[in-house]
Write a protein that binds this ligand. Structure first.
Ligand code: COA
Length: 198
């Protein structure tokens, strides 16, 4: 494992490219099939992921990653629009995923910190994680990074034969006060959203 950098991070964060798409698909599909981290039932196809990637690229949305020692991808983090209406344009809904083989080594923490830095650099105002209420790891991660619980929607989802409560965890960014101008929403923003627990 690498030595910590100046920010105390042990893992180098990269910008993912199309070569990482299959690894991202594998991470998503493991969670879809075995957990309630995503509120999806069917594994994503390569075509679905190609469309997901194209939407991210079209809107300039970040997909950050950490490579595994073997050259594969150990984890990734990204965001999409929170809701597809113009007044939400300064808010994003993000997600962080670490391959189950690499958890507990600070990768989730590093990816979320990098995503917050990226959002701050882009002058965004608010990040929200929409997290299944039983997802202790993600809730712990967000709490640790300074996110606050701002609401629970009860029985919002249904998966594995039971109702699912979903929690909203938000972070207001220090850039918030710089935003004074109302601008139209970028076209097609809704296609880049992710149907995870959020
Ligand atoms: C949530 C997730 C990204 C955490 O990744 P990770 O690399 O294992 O997390 P880290 O090792 O960086 O841990 C960072 C902090 O998160 C919290 N955390 C991590 N795993 C935890 C667990 N199982 N239970 C409670 N808190 C946990 C802790 O506060 C931890 O800090 P600590 O090590 O100082 O105690 C990972 O579990 C994951 O990918 N889960 C499935 C996908 C998912 O749920 N994504 C979130 C959707 S928004």
């Amino acid at each position: 494992m690498a030595e910590p950098d100046a920010g105390g991070r042990r893992h180098a964060v990269i910008r993912c490219g199309p070569e990482h798409l299959e690894a991202i698909r594998g991470i998503y599909n493991h969670e879809i099939q075995h957990t309630t981290a995503l509120y999806e039932y069917e594994p994503r196809s390569a075509e679905t992921m190609a469309a997901w990637w194209a939407a991210k690229q079209a809107l300039g949305l970040p997909v950050l990653g950490i490579e595994a020692g073997s050259g594969g991808l150990a984890g990734f983090a990204t965001w999409g629009p929170f809701r597809a209406f113009p007044a939400y344009q300064h808010s994003v809904e993000h997600s962080v995923y670490v391959d189950s083989r690499f958890r507990g080594h600070g990768m989730g923490r590093t990816l979320l910190a990098a995503l917050v830095e990226e959002a701050t650099a882009r002058n965004l105002h608010m990040m929200v994680g929409v997290i299944d209420a039983t997802n202790a790891a993600s809730i712990g991660l967000h709490r640790q990074r300074g996110f606050t619980h701002c609401g629970t929607v009860r029985e919002a989802g249904f998966k594995f034969g039971r109702w699912l409560d979903v929690e909203f965890w938000q972070l207001l960014l220090r850039t918030a006060t710089d935003i004074k101008v109302e601008q139209p929403n970028p076209p097609g923003a809704v296609q880049a959203s992710d149907s995870r627990a959020g």
